[in-house]
Design a protein around this ligand. Structure first.
Ligand code: DUT
Length: 155
């Protein structure tokens, strides 16, 4: 079963009260990166390529003016996935309605950190730093151990 927004909020550090939704908690955009060198995915190992941080166009709060392309984004909130849960992030529908999306993976039981996602920009868009871009939801789960990979405690 999926958890209530209030339960999800207990797993999210730094979320405003108005970020709490009926079934999850909104996550905000903190930083945007462009990958500049290849990554590596092997049978045993992996590495993330070099990246450069995209500077906001200006404004207060700062506004990112993003041309079509793929960007790595860091969320503004620190998450701690409970050991009896699994997490998912879904894009805010306004991104989809603007020909953009957020691509995300599984958030493992026991993971803690400020995670990252793939922002796909199909048509140019402006996004403020701190704007809501996705929603974090949690489902009850039987877990086979907890996450202890290299992204534990990131950011
Ligand atoms: O969209 C996502 C999905 C997950 N995570 C975090 C939480 C998750 O627990 C961790 C590792 O994700 P995953 O297990 O998919 O990564 P991996 O490439 O398999 O790395 P590892 O070998 O460390 O498991 O990254 C994100 O930051 N963004």
């Amino acid at each position: 079963m999926f958890c209530s927004g209030a339960s999800v909020a207990a797993a999210v550090d730094g979320a405003d009260d108005d970020a709490v939704q009926p079934n999850g908690v909104d996550l905000t955009l903190d930083a945007v990166f462009e990958q500049t060198s290849p990554g590596y995915v092997g049978r045993d190992g992996k590495s993330v390529g070099e990246r450069s941080e995209v500077e906001p166009h200006g404004g207060e709060p700062p506004i990112y003016r993003l041309e079509p392309g793929d960007y790595v984004v860091r969320y503004g909130e620190r998450l701690a996935v409970p050991e009896d849960s699994v997490g998912f992030v879904l894009p805010r529908s306004t991104l989809l309605r603007n020909t953009c999306s957020l691509d995300t993976a599984v958030w493992d039981a026991g993971y803690e950190g400020r995670g990252e996602g793939l922002l796909q920009v199909g048509r140019a868009i402006e996004i403020e730093r701190g704007a809501r871009i996705g929603q974090f939801v949690l489902a009850d789960a039987d877990s086979e151990g907890t996450y202890d990979g290299s992204y534990q405690g990131e950011n």
